[in-house]
Design a protein around this ligand. Sequence first.
Ligand code: PEP
Ligand code: MG
Length: 853
Amino acid sequence: MQKLMPIEDFTEVTQTAKIDRQAHGWRAKCLQRLIRLDLPVPKTVAIPAATVRAIAAGHPIDCKAILSYFGDDALVSVRPSPANPDWGGPATILNVGHNKARHDALVKRHGAQAANAISLRFIQSYATHVARLDPDMFEAKDPSPDAIRDALRVYALEMDEEFPEDPARQLADVLRSMARAWEGTTARLLRQAKGAPLEAPLGLVVQAMAQGMGQGISGSGVMQFVDPVTGQPQITGRYLGQGQGRDALKTAKALYLTRDPRGSSLEDIAPEIFATLIRHGAACRAKLREEMQIEFTIEDGHLAVLDAVRVQRSARASLRIAVALASDGVISAEEAVLRVEPRALSEMLHSQVDPRGPRDVVARGIAASPGAATGRIVFSSAAAQASASRGEACILVRRETAPEDIRGMHSAAAVLTERGGMTSHAAVIARGLGLPCVVGANLRLDPRDKRIHAEGRSFGEGDLITIDGTTGQVLAGAAEMLAPALDEHFQTLLGWADQFRDIGIRANADTPADAATARKFAAQGIGLCRTEHMFFEEDRLVVMREMIFADVSEDRAAALARLLPMQRADFVQLFEIMAGLPVCIRLFDPPLHEFLPHDREGMRELAEALDKPLSEVTRRVEALAEFNPMLGMRGVRLGVVLPEIYDMQAQAIFEATVEVARRGAAVVPEVMIPLVSAKREVELVKARIDAVAANVKIKAGREFDYKLGVMVETPRAALRAGEIAQHAAFLSFGTNDLTQMTYGLSRDDAGRFMNIYVQQGVFPEDPFHILDVEGVGELLLIGAERGRKTRPDLTLSICGEHGGNPESIEFCRRAGFDYVSCSPYRVPLARLAAAHLALNDRSMQAQTGHKIL
Ligand code: PEP
Ligand code: MG
């Protein structure tokens, strides 16, 4: 016979017992805290993880000794107690120890009906969870003596033995079955998905059953004090008279807790117990420093608290709860900040599909910009604008978007494209606008018959769909929505985050609307204003095209002279909105052909507008076309070849500076040169910009300061940062192009195969989404180090789409960058993520005594 494990291998949970979360699990520790709060917790024994592991390996445990703690005739429950509640665990088993004798005793105490219900329930759960028999075989309409007999008969038939009557044998089987279920592959995978380590410990908790059945007021329920979706204070829960366990509460017969029109809530039938529960709830919140859900049982009017678990909550509820706990002095502001996951904030900035509602998913793609919106399908920018003018929400569906779609995107509620990746045009613009967007979706767009085909279904213009840019799903019809939650709790938490963080956060903002959003989210300035986006308005596009078509420099100068006041007005507006905060303006970047029409119809319209023959327009468009436009006449190359464009922009920036300064606001504009690869490019542009500045100063009779910097977007610029920094006050890493050029991977097309690449482990993540710290990151470090060697006060930043990712912020912070710049809607996430990094470093320093940064 095998030796039974010694009795010290389990511990009665008392106020002073040595109960440890790692050894006995969170539930055992939590129950000890409830006992210390003097809550009426039934007698409980904790079995540590080491013992559970031994049980799983086949070592028997002295179950008689455990049961002796509970006295003769007691029934017990067994619950899982992993170190972390999120890791789940095997199902709870109630009424262990039940047999014929105890059935008879229960009949005497609580009546036949209650005794039958307990018997049947125990046989069912033992048969399915311990003996692993098919639950269908044990289904019964009601707990009659016949049903119990049937269940026992089926058990004996299937197991070749009678249902075990010995309580110690029952408990041993239950413990073994739970210990082994925890070791199973599915359970392992499930908990690993929730972040559990490979050898996650499981403790078990054995507790005296408090029967929710009896002659007086008897039943069981759960109670919590906040709404799990909004986090608003509110008593919710369910109560079932003559019921046991959480599962029973799912039935329609369960009652609400607070007064309800049916007049039969717990508050109605047992007001004193209700009031006691509220007191217990308040004590738990204050002492456990968390919003807890209490599980309770009432037996003949006596209340027992069986358990308390952290309230399940949505992201928005978790923020509200953290702020409320800190405002009430239960936790510190630091802890509140750390309790909110930065990525979860995006759920609060935009409308979301209500997780409680149904979802009819018709296609999936890359979740390119978070939030959700419902609208009618349109296939062109013109239709989107028409729809907006009728006040109807629409979803712009395109194969991919181009600059001429920007106006349509402004009019749409969301954008869906068949092609593209995280940094394709649609994705970047949608994030900037805060529009929900799904790109690279598994659907086929048929532009001729204006339909999309997805997974055997088809949708046409005017059909209602919902875009969920948070999950990348396309849903049929109108989904139920939750409104954004930019309330005072949100602002309070981010205000606290700002007190702790130590890296700057700016926004990428191109328009006054973007700048206003950036201010709303408390960005510390604009880190990237892409000036080319200012030219897509209808009136400007025509002048811009005239400029591009100009063959001779006088014609170009005339067109630029018309653009100058428009640009100046743009900058005045931006400077005013940003009210003295730094504004970094990037000189014109895109390939010129992007401003030209792509189809015959567009060319004809342009010929009309320019009063030129169609053939000439066609010829010029062809002449400007490039085989590889992303590596062509872009950025500073344009500034070197057609310097008048940058001259005009510099003049507009400096004149706006003077104008705003005259009105009393001091601005120090930052002018940034894009796509640099050689020092000489910077020298050429700098010489002209300095000259323009000098001219404006003379003309205006006013001094002003400005900074000139370089955008590091080519690998060569990073490698040559040492000499480039001789002429630059700042370097800002444009990681979209830098990733494209480091990998030689098209940012607009890589979405087509990125999934396969990630699935096959070629790349750990989409490098356009998560900064490749090994390759692109090394270029950042080289650029930063070489740049600062030349100029120790060089300002360093990142302004690619990676700027808002917590991982990139961590990387940049460690590399000594001054700030990160990201889409305005990602600014809150970045502020919170930066605060987490600083606070985590602080606590590491406190633990190790070493300074981390
Ligand atoms: C970049 O390349 O990282 C960048 C910010 O510029 P754009 O996305 O406009 O090319
Ligand atoms: Mg770029």
